[in-house]
Design a protein around this ligand. Sequence first.
Ligand code: GTP
Ligand code: SPV
Ligand code: MN
Length: 583
Amino acid sequence: MNGNQAVQNWVAEMAKLTKPDHIVWLDGSEAEKNRLIREGVSTGELHELDQQQLPGCYLHRTAVNDVARVEQLTFICTTQKSEAGPTNNWMAPAEAYARLGKIFAGAMQGRTMYVVPYLMGPPGSPFTKVGIELTDSIYVVLNMRIMTRMGKSAWDELGDSGDFVKGLHSKADLNIERRFICHFPEDNTIWSVGSGYGGNVLLGKKCFALRIASYMGRQQGWMAEHMLILGLRNPKGETAYIAAAFPSACGKTNLAMLVPPAALAGYEVFTVGDDIAWMRIGEDGRLWAMNPEAGFFGVAPGTSMKTNPNAMQTVQRNTIFTNVLHTPENTVWWEGMGVEPPSHGIDWQGRPWTPASGERGAHPNSRFTAPACQCPSISPEWENPQGVPISAIVFGGRRAKVAPLVYQSFDWDHGVFVGATMGSETTAAAAGAVGVVRRDPMAMLPFCGYNMADYFAFWLEMGKRIPNPPKIFNVNWFRTDQQGNFIWPGYGENLRVLAWILARCRGEVGAVESPIGYLPCLDDIDTTGLDISQETIATLLQVDAESWREEVEDQAAFFTKFGDRLPRQITGQYQALFRRFAF
Ligand code: GTP
Ligand code: SPV
Ligand code: MN
């Protein structure tokens, strides 16, 4: 037990509601981890994988209807509905506490409530915040133990203070009719019930580090963003840091762990974070970013030694796999792993599977949870309490058409507009249709804890406050040809685009002005050692006025949602874009 009175009162109150048989206060020790693993294995919640090949690795399967974030069941519960804005689901706080309170009532009977103290950020950093999650799931505890700094260091950081984010989670009966993920930013509180899946239940991640933190950050003058952070060292030995926002399952983990192609030897990429960045203005007038997480909750399918060797090496030990295929060798497999499938196995739904069945062995949103410190490309700066200085912000989406491979915004305000108009094809990371283009500003549509119009205003305001702001770019690795094949090789080859971005930041290379921003000159994307024609590069960089007309109309339709609250600079940017195209 912990002596902090505020914590004790709150835990007692939540226990009174949920009625667990036992309450276990966690300290984050190895002995505690081993005890929890043993218990998880004995109940079948975890499956122990072959410990010779995959030491410390376990497999977990979630309920079949519980495999992704559920945006329709995710709510921002502010007193004013307008504070949540038109892109969030809203429920009045009193109503949400009452509705969820009924589901939570007695939900932990016959179970143990774990008190999980954790830090978002390294101990002693000005960025760092404390959270406590109460959960009845061992799977959640073990994941939180990887994804955050969990245990004693959080109690130490908290001391006697009542300043922590209160998270309550119960699997309850895993009934989708009784599943809710509610955020109370005015109370620093998160209530999540009826799910056992990743982003719905690892409350430090999307719920705290993005939704609650974005709300805090606006009040306190810092940013919480759905961004990877990487360090890029050029052949001269100069390292610059890039933060990049892509929607879920659109390539953040892959870019953060990029291995440069052999032909561009001399470059090196260092991983600082793969999903979330907290950013604040440093005393030197630059924007500094920190990764608040301690692990990766990465998409398994498509991860192979060819596409992402750093991730493959990271997940060889101490990793929890969720909803992948279980092989007869007692190991794991997924589509796009780059090795032959086993002759048979148990699929993500727990059913017998063979390659001939034509069904997926691993769920498209199956995941690995692995400690960041195991990543071969981890940056020596990744736990620097000051964070790292950001030279470039990159936005990007999954667009078969329209968006070129890369372009640079004219300035900060235009860059905010580029971020605000991001569109991307939906993926399996959230429940619902896949492959439909939707507007996803700054990749934050599902994660912004307040009205997005105010979020745009906050970005614009930050631009005025950062004396030396990062340059802003947009990328798209996902252009396809008539047959639907990707025309850009992607993955490690994306370094060629990062190299241009870095050169632009350093003022070392020119650009062509287009209606949407600065494009690279054809020769300035280094294609050494790459089998790609200049025509293809030209296609990748094409800005087709006709398809942009439709794009701009769709952007305008999205913006009308915000009514008068939309900052006039955004409208001004829109009008200027329209004029530059002379539609
Ligand atoms: P979240 O964890 O959901 O936030 O996702 P993420 O943005 O980190 O995405 P991730 O890097 O895990 O990539 C998701 C999928 O996109 C995987 O199946 C990758 O193989 C695929 N992908 C990533 N980068 C590229 C690329 O450059 N080109 C192509 N074609 N696919 C890519
Ligand atoms: C995402 O969906 O953007 C993720 C996975 O990073 S989850 O933690 O489930 O949100
Ligand atoms: Mn994410």
